[in-house]
Design a protein around this ligand. Structure first.
Ligand code: FES
Length: 176
């Protein structure tokens, strides 16, 4: 029977129950975390080619970020209207590797350019926002790519590759 005084002042037994409950809760959380953690692909799985998701919300207009997928650098550019217009006003037939800008982006997501950041000449990593076309510049031998990642000058034979990717929402893509 619980007396008024034992309810007001927890006994040693009450304390043990509370302490045991707290330990059980911590134990459960510690058990759940590894299970949740194990559901994410580990670094070696990602390196071997698992798809990766990229949140686009932190990338301001005019900015580029670089992520890695299958060990390759991938540039994600949030293009300005000016950059898109520049990419679309050039006659496609005049390009060394003719391809329209529309064919290199996803419909309805024209502001996002996603390309493999490996120069198609000999594999150097181009620098974003450099070169005469405000796209990418490869410092190794001077190849210049435009705001669609298409080769415009220099020895590179083809455009920067577009990796397989899809929009899983308006602000998130999955590469691979
Ligand atoms: S590797 Fe880029 S221009 Fe040669």
């Amino acid at each position: 029977m619980t007396t008024a005084s034992s309810a007001d002042h927890p006994t040693r037994r009450d304390f043990l129950f509370v302490a045991t409950g707290a330990v059980a809760a911590v134990g459960a959380a510690a058990t759940v975390w590894p299970l949740v953690s194990q559901m994410n692909p580990d670094a070696s799985t990602i390196a071997a080619g698992a798809p990766i998701e990229v949140d686009l919300t932190p990338i301001a207009e005019g900015q580029d970020i670089k992520v890695f997928w299958r060990g390759k650098p991938i540039y994600i550019s949030h293009r300005t209207k000016k950059q898109i217009d520049e990419a679309r006003k050039v006659p496609v037939a005049s390009l060394p590797d003719p391809q329209s800008d529309e064919a290199r982006v996803k419909p309805g997501h024209d502001q996002w350019l996603v390309v493999v950041g490996i120069c198609t000449h000999l594999g150097c990593i181009p620098i974003a926002h450099e070169g005469a076309y405000d796209g990418f510049f490869c410092p190794c031998h001077g190849s210049v790519y435009d705001t669609s990642g298409r080769i415009r000058q220099g020895p590179a034979p083809s455009n920067l590759a577009v990796p397989p990717y899809t929009f899983v929402s308006d602000t998130k893509i999955q590469i691979g």
